[in-house]
Write a protein that binds this ligand. Structure first.
Ligand code: MG
Length: 343
């Protein structure tokens, strides 16, 4: 039997987060603790409002998952398929929390960092991009100056002020840029923006068109001067085959796919289709970011800055040194709690 505890966690954002879909100042996430044999595995859910999830629905889902797990007399050492066996439909962030907590527990039981269990090279960590949200040009310039330790910036676009944001960044920085349109463009707008962005030192563009427009994406990609990555168009591995030819790569997020197990299947599926892999995040504490960072030696582009956008992260885990992710060396996820918030 595993014992469950869960706690609400309100993360406050350093800057109001402006997206094509709307603004926000706080995020309501959920901390999950799974206890077994005197050890506690930690997980975090960052529910995604766009898909009808919230803190309460994630809490109910994780309760149900633990109930199912215990009813099946499952052994927490068998974590590889555990999360998908008990997953609650429509609640992948809860599934991700359960999955990472079981993996944390497994590492703690063996006294080994999770990256050793996974067999990934923790010295082969990628640089991570830092997100500059949409804002007026003066604020964008201030944010870019704050982010000077990052080698790559990710710029959110999709609103009417699109090009002004990039121009503001370029007025103070020649760092490589990645652009995320968050489904904000039409096919015509996208064609024109891509040609212009290619001249601005942009290395890739994420989700230019609405999620369902796969045929339009094929047309756009055929003439695109830049690699195009799917985010909202992809959730799990089975979504990937139909995207081959429409996108150059996919953005994997634990909160959309349901955990490290499914993320590894997505990496394999993308590779089988000749696609590149980016690893992204929601606004998350260092707990979920550290879980995702364990996959980063396996991928091409990391965008794991969700914890850095908050002012009250209660955990310490993966960090960023000289723009590059660094994994902690403790057992399991290696995450330590440094403060108690909003319980
Ligand atoms: Mg995105």
């Amino acid at each position: 039997m595993i014992q469950l505890r869960h706690h609400p966690m309100e993360l406050r954002l350093r800057h109001t987060f402006r997206l094509a879909r709307g603004d926000s100042d706080v995020r309501q996430n959920l901390i999950v603790e799974l206890e077994h044999d005197g050890l506690v595995g930690l997980g975090e859910a960052a529910p995604i409002a766009r898909y009808g999830q919230d803190q309460a629905s994630a809490a109910r889902a994780v309760e149900l998952m633990v109930e199912r797990f215990n009813e099946q007399n499952s052994d927490p050492r068998h974590y590889a398929l555990a999360a998908e066996r008990v997953a609650v439909e429509g609640e992948p962030s809860a599934t991700a929390a359960f999955d990472m907590a079981l993996r944390d527990l497994a590492g703690k039981r063996l006294g080994a960092p999770l990256y050793e269990l996974m067999g990934v090279d923790s010295t082969a960590m990628p640089v991570t991009s830092f997100t500059i949200g949409m804002d007026d040009p003066e604020t964008v310039v201030a944010k870019v100056r704050e982010a000077s330790q990052f080698d790559v910036l990710k710029v959110k676009m999709g609103s009417a002020g699109d090009r002004a944001v990039i121009e503001a960044v370029r007025s103070v920085s020649d760092q490589p840029l990645r652009v995320d349109a968050n489904e904000g463009w039409t096919l015509e707008e996208a064609g024109s923006h891509l040609a212009w962005l290619a001249d601005q030192g942009v290395e890739l563009v994420e989700q230019p068109l609405p999620a369902g427009q796969i045929e339009e994406m094929r047309q756009l990609r055929a003439a695109s001067p830049l690699p195009l990555f799917a985010d909202e168009s992809v959730g799990v591995a089975s979504d990937i085959p139909k995207l081959a030819g429409a996108f150059d790569g996919i953005n994997i997020k634990l909160m959309k796919c349901g955990g490290i197990g499914e993320a590894m299947r997505m990496i394999a599926t993308a590779r089988a289709h000749g696609m590149k892999v980016m690893l992204g995040c929601m606004v998350e504490s260092s707990l979920a970011i550290t879980a995702a960072a364990h996959l980063s030696p396996l991928i091409d582009y990391a965008d794991l800055d969700g914890n850095l956008l908050t002012v009250n992260d209660p955990f310490v885990g993966a960090t960023v040194k000289a723009g590059r992710l660094v994994l902690p060396s403790g057992p399991g996820l290696g995450v330590e709690r440094i403060s108690t918030v909003d319980e």
